[in-house]
Design a protein around this ligand. Structure first.
Ligand SMILES: Cc1cc2nc3c(=O)[nH]c(=O)nc-3n(C[C@H](O)[C@H](O)[C@H](O)COP(=O)(O)OP(=O)(O)OC[C@H]3O[C@@H](n4cnc5c(N)ncnc54)[C@H](O)[C@@H]3O)c2cc1C
Length: 389
């Protein structure tokens, strides 16, 4: 049996691939003015915005192109294949925009949606707190109404790109006496507000990706509240029917495995080609897993294309992708030996230091966006119908 995408999907994939190959030259990627640490690029985001591709999946009435789920899939796969910088627009396009569309008012739609679509503004996501991560509804950042403003005091943590974002999509507690899923409101916080201080948290790979930030009586206009007061939990968990299959992770996994395979065949700096049967077998197993993972992710897209809402299937894809990336990183370190611990800064680092980078970052895949344990809980309860623990 051979599966194929429809010809219009493949035509769009080629268009995207051509654009990415032309735009993401080494010169572009290596210019620190254009692409910042970790793949954050306002310039690239603006270029996608000019083509209308940031909002490919948005409805036409909000400036989107209403493309099919399979076209979105092809686009996401090509972005992953080229290692395109996507962080500057991800939150705004996939989280904030859809929430404003569904729950915002006309003034908010007119203010934010065109700027998001054009790639002019970027958002961070202010959900996690020191005492609220997996149990997000336990958040404590306090917002008290004072006339036509909210006064906000407290702390957020692990906020990716808070040091670069223009705005934050902020979860706050507006009614401390209500049951925890109620009494939460969502505000759009201007990151240049007075009383706000952002501090870097360096990852174990020494990257500045996320931050903690503190708010001391920060005044946020009440008109920046999206949706009704105390109903924010529902807006924080809003997902529109956009492509979220996790397919991009499997494209990246396949590419890493292909690189590792090529490295297997090369002469080692101090020795011979790798003839270790165990490692070769492990590589083959992971290639099979990456292929199976792609089909798991395509099932999510197929469900969406049938107007069905993926549930535990998305968790399967997320969990499978996260554990696979960890296994690939571990194999890379075993294949490269001590050289695998060299950072990208070292000229002797194999595969441009990607092995060390993947190993260090591998840990994050099983935490961000819902930990592996939380995904397993969803699969167990919603997928297998097991009782809650
Ligand atoms: C790279 C990265 C980027 C991030 N970016 C952002 C961001 O931009 N904005 C933001 O708000 N947050 C962000 N986060 C934070 C992330 O959402 C949280 O780390 C995550 O939700 C887990 O929360 P926690 O760290 O508080 O751990 P906890 O929830 O305290 O979990 C600790 C451990 O207990 C386990 N556990 C918890 N509850 C259960 C349960 N019910 N059953 C079984 N096991 C359980 C977890 O799996 C984990 O192993 C980011 C995290 C990472 C790693």
């Amino acid at each position: 049996m051979e599966f194929r995408f429809a010809s219009d999907v493949e035509a769009f994939r080629s268009e995207v691939r051509e654009f990415l190959d032309e735009t993401l030259t080494d010169e572009f990627r290596n210019d620190p003015e254009l692409v910042q640490e970790g793949g954050f690029s306002r310039e690239f985001t603006r270029r996608l915005g000019q083509r209308g591709w940031l909002t490919l999946a948005w409805p036409e009435e909000y400036g989107g192109q209403a493309r099919s789920h399979f076209e979105q899939l092809a686009y996401n796969e090509e972005m992953a294949r080229s290692g395109a910088p996507g962080r500057a627009h991800m939150m705004a396009v996939s989280l904030v925009g859809p929430s404003i569309m569904l729950h915002g008012n006309d003034a908010q739609r007119a203010e934010y949606l065109p700027k998001i679509a054009a790639g002019e503004i970027c958002f961070c996501q202010g959900f996690s707190e020191p005492g609220a991560g997996s149990d997000l509804a336990g958040l404590q950042l306090r917002a008290t109404r004072d006339g036509d403003e909210y006064v906000v005091t407290g702390q957020k943590i692990w906020t990716s790109d808070a040091h670069r974002a223009d705005f934050c999509w902020l979860g706050t507690r507006t009614d401390p006496d209500a049951p925890k899923h109620r009494g939460i409101s969502t505000l759009i916080l201007d990151m240049s507000s007075q009383g706000l201080s952002v501090h870097p948290l360096l990852s174990m790979g020494d990257h500045h990706h996320f931050n903690e930030f503190f708010l001391e009586e920060v005044r946020v206009p009440a008109e920046n509240r999206v949706g009704q007061e105390d109903r924010g939990w529902y807006y924080m968990t809003t997902t529109l029917d956009f492509e979220r299959s996790g397919a991009a992770a499997f494209v990246a996994a396949t590419q890493s495995l292909e690189r590792t395979g090529r490295y297997f065949s090369e002469e080692r700096p101090g020795g011979e080609r790798d003839g270790d049967a165990q490692r070769r077998g492990d590589l083959a197993d992971l290639i099979i897993a990456a292929t199976a993972g792609r089909w798991v992710s395509y099932r999510v897209v197929w469900l969406q294309s049938q107007n069905r809402v993926p549930n535990y299937e998305s968790s399967m894809s997320k969990l499978f992708g996260a554990t696979l990336s960890t296994k690939i990183a571990n194999l890379g370190v075993r294949v490269a030996g001590l050289y695998g611990q060299l950072t990208p800064a070292s000229a002797r680092a194999p595969l441009d230091g990607r092995i060390e980078d993947a190993y260090i970052w591998g840990a994050a895949a099983g935490i961000r966006g819902g930990t592996n344990e939380i995904q397993r809980n969803i699969i167990a309860t919603r997928g297998l119908g097991l009782p809650r623990g």
